[in-house]
Each structure stands twice: as structure tokens, then as C-alpha cells.
Design a binder for this molecule. Sequence first.
Ligand code: COA
Length: 511
Amino acid sequence: MLERLAAVEAEHARALAGGGEKYVTRHRARGKLLARERVELLLDPDTPFLELSPLAGWGSDYAVGASIVTGIGVVEGVECVITANDPTVRGGASNPWTLKKALRANEIAFANRLPVVSLVESGGADLPSQKEIFIPGGGLFRDLTRLSAAGIPTVAVVFGNSTAGGAYVPGMSDHVIMVKEQAKVFLGGPPLVKMATGEESDDESLGGAEMHASVSGLADHFAVDERDALRLARRVVARLNWRKAHQDPGAADPPLYGEEGLLGVVPADPKVPFDPREVIARVVDGSDFDEVKARYGGSLVVGWARLHGYPVGILANAQGVLFSEESQKAAQFIQLANQRDVPLVFLHNTTGYMVGRDYEQGGIIKHGAMMINAVANSRVPHLSVLMGASYGAGHYGMCGRAFDPRFLFAWPSAKSAVMGPQQLAGVLSIVARQSAVARGRPYDDEADAALRELVERQIEEESLAMFLSGRLYDDGVIDPRDTRTVLGICLSAIHSAPVEGVRGGFGVFRM
Ligand code: COA
């Protein structure tokens, strides 16, 4: 685990390095703060910042981190979603991963009713990839105004370029701050205006802070420099009169067992099962866990606990495979959590639902469907942590990404795919052999072995946490030792919105 963590840390370091020394030095020489420095100055001193998807874009042609920082932090005591363009990476221009990451941040703000602060300095669309982002990119502006309509405050602080479509970030935000002689907010810059109308103009008169604060009225606050802008942003948030839907629960007992033990829980070989109670004991308050149906469906552990004072229901895979009993146990437990308005935590280590004649005849599809129905229609907030395997429909039943968990994190040991690499390569090989036989052609066993190896390696690589995080299939890869802290921050953020389960409304359960 430590080895894998070191590998993840090395990739995080690449995200922190932004566009690299040349662009960072140039940015500083212009007297500007880096994206994460802006975030740090915005936040209350000594409060944590839960950065989300720092590995976005990993494994793609774009820089790791996707030229934007997003996360949850506390400003004047208010938990906010914060986004900050990283202008050292291709001028802060948005590529397809930047867009996904920004849209995800908006989704989090919506679902949890968190005010949004955008720290803007971006070259707009990454022009060579415009076909991937121009049309879906409108969602960014749609979201800002829909957040506003839902009564969720939006604040834009403009540090630099915010032109063309980017101009609608301040345009759609409730509160706008612009930095003197730095903000450039216009639909078209001087060259474009010259081309379009022949008019001669300059940046300041077209879209400078001074102009917008005193002539156009787009800016509500004129900041003399970057620090002043962040000070003003804090004042704006302080005046939002923002109240969370639920009060903070106050101090909670730490677990009786230390988090260091979490490093050794997941075996190196994913086929070796582990007891998730070892994890639960190191994550929940006082290691106090009331298990339900402990003697039934032993491959899934369910029960009640508190985490940083918040009540939670936990579903954790034990032996890997989900059988009919586990599925029904899960469906019942999810209904209970909805009746009691208790958020659910899913701890993944599953190879999927059991296959085979006896299980099919025993109704494994119906029972798996009950669990997936319950997860899909449950309305209490869900948190998912991929500890180890998360394969096949087991990923769905345990509230995988498509089932909209409020947050989903992976440990470096996580693996997710339609099935295990060996199984997938084996299935492909069987299908190819059958196809050859059906056509009366000979089957090349040597080529088959080579293909199997190739496919196995490809699927293995595509199943790894870093790869999945690069594609925004989670909100980040975390150190297992941080699980309690990360889930605690998420639970606090979640309670910004009312936590209400669904009563009935599960659709038809196939019995
Ligand atoms: N798409 C792709 N690459 C971009 C980009 C964009 N929108 N904006 C900047 N870049 C690249 C530059 O080509 C440059 O690459 P290089 O260093 O390999 O040559 C790098 O990012 C840094 O840009 P640079 O212009 O040197 O940085 P700057 O800090 O002096 O200026 C901007 C930043 C954003 C003001 C300036 O690059 C710009 O005006 N970009 C175009 C803005 C625009 O009109 N976008 C379309 C809006 S939809």
C-alpha cells in the first residue's frame, strides 16, 4: 500500500506543479498568485481543503489536474465549493477533462446546497479540442444560473482573462469581484473587435475592472490587487446569511483502533478476501458498530454507526461475491436507512453477483435487481469508497458512479472493471474459439495466448485507481488513513442540504 501511495503522491505532485517551472516563474514574475495560493488565502486559516479529482486527465494528452483546482473548503465559517483555474497550464484553458471536473464541482454544489466561489483566470476553450467542449461547455453557465435560481449563492472573482464564453462566469454569478488592471472580461478582445467592426480598442476599455466597476456595472466590487480580491470574496461570503440545513453534531469519539492499521487491511492479491470490520473499526466513532443480520448473508456486512458525530448506515463487502441473501439484506437495509433519514456509506470489495446454474435458478438476477433498485431510488445521501475490487454489477449494487453517490473515493488498491482481467481475457478467448469452430476454421492457439496476455494487461491497466480517477470516475484517490477525515468532511458538506430519505417510491421490487 505504501508503494502504491508513493506512486499516487508522485502524480499529485505533477498536478501541484501546474504548467511546470517555466510558466510558474513567469506567472509569479507578473506578481500573480498561483491557483492553490488563491484558494489558501480565501479559506479560513487552518481549515482543511478537500481537493477533488486532482488526477483528472491522468493518462490523457492533457496535464494531470486538468488546469483547474476544485474542492470543498470553509470561508467565513461557510462550507463552499471552490474552483480555481490554473493559468500556468496552457493559459488556464479548458480541455475536455477540465470541463468534466468543473461540471462535477457544480453537481456537488447542487446536490449538497453549497455556495460556489469561482476564482477565474482562463484562456477559455482549449482551442484545438474545441469540438469536445464547445457544445457541452454551455453547461457551466447553465449550472451557475440554475444554482442561483435554487437559492445557492455564486461568487466570481476575476483575476485575469475571462473572455468570450468565459465572460458568462461573472455574467451568471450572483456576486462579482474584479482585480484592477488584471481582469479582462469581454465577449471579444481588441483583435476580434477590429475584425468584426473595424473599431480600435484596448483591453481596459473593453473589459477592465475599472470599466466594469464604474461603467458597465458587471463588477460589484473593485479590488486593488489579488489579496484585496480574496479579502472581498470573504466579506461577500460572510454577508450571505448562509445557514446549513442541519447543525453540526459537535465533538465525536475517535475510533479505538488507529488509522495506520488501514494500510495493511487490503491484501496485495485481490483474490484474498479481508474482513471489512477491520476498516469499520478504524473509521467510525468509538469503533462502535451495531451490525444487523450478522448471521445472514455473511458476504455483506451492514449496520449502524456514527462518523464524526453523523449517523450512518454502512454496507461493506466481506467475501467479495454477492449472493441472493446479501442482495435482499442490502435492499432491506437501504429501505430502513431511508425511513430513518440516515446517510449510507458503501465500502466496496466485490467481484460481483454470483453466477452459475444454481444461483440463476435461485433468482440471483431478481435479487440483485432488488438491491440495485433500492440503491437507485434511495434518496438519502450515499458515500462510496472503493477499497479493493469493484467489478461487474457489484459496482452498481454498491452505488458505483452511475448511481450518483454524493462522493466517491478510491484507495490506491481499488480496481474496477466489467470483470477481472483474467476472466475478461478468458471469456474473449472462448468466444473467439467458438466463432472459429462455427465457421469451420482452425483456431490459432499461439495467437490466442498472445492475445490473452495483451488483453489481460490492457484491462489490468484500465482497472487501476489512477486510470479511473483520470477519467473522473471518482472524486479522488485517497490515502486509506485519511478515510475517516475525508468522509467526515463530506458528511458535513452533505448536511448543508436537508437529508431526507424516500418513503415508498422504490418502484416495483421483483420478488
Ligand atoms: N487554447 C489552447 N492553448 C492556449 C489557449 C487556448 N485557449 N490559451 C493559451 N494557450 C496556450 C498558448 O498557446 C501558450 O502555449 P505555449 O506556451 O506552448 O506557446 C500557453 O497556453 C500560454 O499562453 P500565453 O499566451 O503565453 O499565456 P499568457 O498568460 O501570456 O496569456 C491568455 C494567457 C489566456 C490571455 C492568452 O493565451 C489568450 O488570449 N489566449 C486565447 C484566449 C481566447 O481567445 N480563447 C478563446 C475563448 S473561447
